[in-house]
Design a protein around this ligand. Structure first.
Ligand code: BGC
Length: 850
């Protein structure tokens, strides 16, 4: 490694000096390509990535060439390295001073450079310390190194390592990802047991919404607003994953996302920090179960820290730029909630935030996470993100990247190979403090102790448990239940739904997703069992309405311009009593690196809907997608629309449950659906502005567009039921809740329809006057209440004073609204009850000015 590194420097010198290699060098083209790169950093990077160049240097025909190079190298190396080094230090210093300025601003300066998790007074801390004292520098660095397994990649493979098992035997690897299944995991753990100190490996994977049994995508689960069900889904995922040998999942993703063009909108809980925080906690608790060390728990990982969801233009990996106040108000709350729930690990984001890449963002990682929040777990980089500091233009080369990331507080390097290649040298050259390596390794070892891996490194590797745990029928039932709880009834004109299995005689099922099976699992399903039986919507309806005649016409493909199937679809519709159309996105259209600029229904699907509706038959539209789509014509003309998202391996049955009324829909949108891409970002918790528009005709010198509505297609919190609910008897009073000053908001909720159903009652605070400004409306509580037909219930939602506080310009969380109002509603745009206007909340008794 050191040799290769030296070679790189020699070459860098050559390219600086413009010296051509002499003689017959078989790798001239490599050098030529490198030399053609615009800047030295890229040249160095290219060459250091070229594994074969070492041979090239050993083989030039003229020995004198080498001597000349060496002499020149010795003379110039010091200048270049010093310059590079100086630049890196300068950059790091600059970022540190920027961040320290920011932290000073809000009085959270952390004097401690690192958090002491290795020493500690607790028993685990002592064990960590004892182990560290036996470890060589290389072995400590090995703990910081994570490699991808050799069979699946969830990111770009930029470097291949010939013998990962050999490196594991040498103690050069602390964790692997994408190795799964007890047989495979055992093979890797056995290699680790051959290393000098027998330090077990961590096995991580993206278990995002289920391991083998696939639950609905996270955005869909968030639509249930049912944190108990979400926790249960995470619990089942963890139980399966742990039985398959894993002890770590890279979930939950808790990034707030307000841009549905962003492909990863599917992976989070939507646009709202309050809902996002509740879902984050439920997921962490579900994944980590009774705690690390339980055989059915895995380490959770809150990702991507931070502001990844604010990618400009919705382009994945793009920069995020925002005020620190917005960061703290909107993007950090779910991370803080995850930390409070005891999440074991964090993953840093790919993006740069306000000019500093998250991977090297000392403010985020050291000052906020490990300092202010006191996080004791470890931070893993995102895939290759340490190496990407070079592409960001933040450092010159991988060596500087390694220094910048470690100093910033990134403990483990996922797949950029920078730590394993450069940290030792950086310590030897006194460019980084070895205590940083102890701190990072100590954090990782602590988790290995907590997982019980030092007691038994094979404790998660039990093939019998694996066989007995995966694909349990009761877990399929839970996935089906979660799926139906996630489906949002967007529209139901004249109560077309639910359908009656007894009286419906002929159903036409039309659309490219009617018979979709694997596609129901969505983008992040890495563990597909080829033998798994996945029921489609067609299968679900056949089972639900066995007496009905079903006919099928695909009509069109998901995303092309062919209309050859339109006529068949029209004929099928003409013969039917009712038409169910299944339309939407392919699973590879939403997910990582799957941002879209056009989020209308893809291909000719919208035209197929028009053609089928023109038959005059009643149409139910079932939409399957990973993000909010735009379907304005259908919204206006199709009587019933069910948003089913990507609903997982039991989604086909769950859709039928909802369509035929076996389950009364109760989900509410966790994200605003726009009418046009031109409105993005559009979210309910916006500020009032000095020129608010009250309607789309109120355009003159008002905030809005001259050619587009300012209102969404469907608002945050929207979702219908087959029954109706009334709200009444509003009151509120001060109280103490969880030992804190709080407010109890009460009201009566009644099911006024003919069937049982659940309502998600939402409590918003309407901020009228506040300094600094606050959003016009902000969710502060919700309750999902199940009511029998005709039943009513008094509902109380508690809000603590702490949860109403917002940040001032100095990032102190101490601002209460000067004038506000409580709103209770069925959606952010369907407010049913309002308090009087309240001045000086928490300072004056209940009552209002109006
Ligand atoms: C993603 C992470 C994921 C990692 C490992 C990255 O590309 O951004 O969310 O955990 O790959 O698969």
């Amino acid at each position: 490694m050191i040799e290769r590194d030296k070679n790189s420097r020699v070459l860098l010198l050559q390219s600086y000096a413009g010296i051509e290699l002499q003689g017959d060098c078989p790798y001239k083209s490599c050098y030529a390509k490198a030399a053609s790169y615009g800047n030295a950093a890229n040249r160095l990077d290219h060459i250091s990535r070229s594994r074969s160049f070492y041979d090239c240097l050993r083989n030039p025909s003229s020995f004198m060439t080498i001597i000349t190079f060496m002499a020149l190298w010795t003379a110039l190396l010091s200048c270049n390295i010093c310059a590079a080094n100086g630049l890196a230090k300068g950059l790091i210093k600059q970022s540190v001073s920027q961040q320290v300025r920011a932290t000073n601003d809000h009085q959270t300066v952390q004097n401690n450079f690192m958090t002491d998790t290795t020493g500690g007074k607790d028993a685990t801390g002592r064990k960590v310390q004892a182990l560290l004292s036996k470890m060589t520098l290389e072995e400590k660095i090995g703990q910081l190194n994570q490699y991808n397994g050799d069979w699946a990649a969830t990111g770009p493979v930029t470097r291949t390592v010939q013998d990962k098992l050999q490196q594991i035997r040498e103690g050069k690897v602390g964790a692997v990802l994408n190795i799964t299944g007890t047989a495979h995991v055992r093979q890797f753990q056995q290699a680790a047991m051959k290393s000098r100190l027998k330090i077990p490996l961590l096995f991580g994977m993206d278990v995002i919404h289920g391991y083998r049994i696939t639950f609905p995508i996270p955005l869909a689960e968030a639509a249930s607003w049912d944190t108990a069900a979400i926790k249960k889904s995470a619990r089942i995922a963890a139980t399966e994953a742990a039985a398959a040998g894993l002890n770590w999942t890279f979930a939950p993703m808790v990034d707030i996302a307000r841009d549905p063009r962003w492909g990863r909108v599917m992976e989070g809980a939507g646009e709202d920090p309050f809902l996002g925080a509740c879902v984050a906690q439920a997921r962490v608790r579900g994944l980590q179960g009774k705690g690390l060390g339980s055989l059915d728990a895995v380490m959770a990982c809150a990702k991507h820290f931070a502001a990844y969801g604010a990618a400009i233009g919705g382009r994945d990996y793009n920069s995020a730029d925002m005020s620190l106040r917005t960061l703290w108000e909107v993007y950090l709350p779910p991370f803080l909630a995850a930390e409070k729930a005891g999440v074991a690990t964090f993953m840093n984001a790919f993006n740069d935030l306000n000019g500093v890449p998250a991977t090297a963002n000392r403010y985020l990682l050291r000052d906020v996470l490990k300092g202010q929040w006191g996080f004791k777990g470890f931070v893993v980089s995102d895939w290759g993100s340490i190496g990407e500091l070079v592409q960001h233009g933040y450092v010159m080369n991988d060596q500087q990247a390694a220094a910048a990331a470690l100093e910033a507080g990134c403990d483990m390097d996922m797949e950029s190979h920078s730590y394993i290649r450069y940290l030792k040298q950086l310590v030897q050259e006194k460019k980084i403090d070895p205590a940083l390596i102890d701190d990072a390794a100590g954090r990782i070892l602590r988790k290995k102790f907590e997982l019980g891996l030092f007691v038994d490194p094979y404790r998660f590797i039990d093939s019998t448990r694996e066989r007995l745990t995966l694909n349990k029928p009761e877990n399929n039932a839970a996935a089906r239940d979660m799926a139906r709880k996630s489906m949002v009834l967007l529209k139901n004109k004249d109560h077309l739904l639910p359908l009656s299995a007894a009286t419906t005689q002929c159903i036409a099922l039309i659309g490219p997703l009617v018979k979709a099976k694997k596609a129901l699992k969505g983008f992040w399903s890495l563990n597909i069992d080829p033998n798994e039986q996945i029921p489609s919507l067609w299968d679900g309806i056949q089972a639900e309405a066995p007496k009905a005649r079903l006919c099928y016409a695909k009509g069109c493909n998901i995303n092309d311009s062919l209309r050859l199937g339109f006529q068949e679809a029209i004929e099928a519709a003409q013969k039917a009593d009712i038409v169910i159309m299944a339309m939407g996105e392919a699973p590879d259209m939403t997910g990582e690196a799957k941002s879209r600029s056009n989020i209308h229904l893809p291909g000719v699907q919208a035209d197929l809907i028009k053609a089928v509706v023109a038959t005059g038959k009643p149409v139910v539209l079932v939409l399957m997608a990973g993000r909010p789509l735009i379907f304005n014509w259908a919204k206006g003309k199709v009587p019933s629309i069910l948003y089913a998202w990507w609903s997982g391996s039991q989604g086909g049955l769950a859709m039928a449950d909802v369509l035929f009324g076996k389950y009364n829909p109760s989900a509410k949108l966790p994200i605003t659906f726009p009418k046009s891409e031109g409105q993005i970002p559009i979210y309910y918790a916006h500020y009032n502005t000095g020129r608010p528009a009250t309607s789309d005709s109120d355009k003159l010198y008002k905030t809005g567009y001259i050619d587009l509505s300012i209102f969404p297609a469907f608002a945050f919190g929207h979702g219908l039921s087959y029954t109706t609910f009334s709200y009444s008897h509003f009151s509120w009073h001060y109280c103490t809740y969880q030992n804190q000053p709080a407010i109890a908001v009460s009201f009566a909720l009644k099911n006024t329809g003919k069937i049982a159903g659940a309502e998600v009652a939402q409590l918003y605070i309407h901020n009228i006057i506040s300094r600094p400004l606050r959003p016009v409306k902000a969710l502060k509580g919700f309750k999902k209440v199940m009511l029998a037909a005709g039943a009513s219930k008094n509902v109380t939602i508690y809000i603590t004073r702490q949860s109403i506080l917002s940040y001032n310009e100095k990032l102190e969380k101490n601002v209460l609204p000067q004038r506000c109002q409580f709103l209770i509603g069925s959606a952010s745009d369907d407010i049913r009850l309002k308090s009087a206007i309240i001045d000086h909340l928490f300072e004056k008794p209940p009552g209002g000015t109006r």
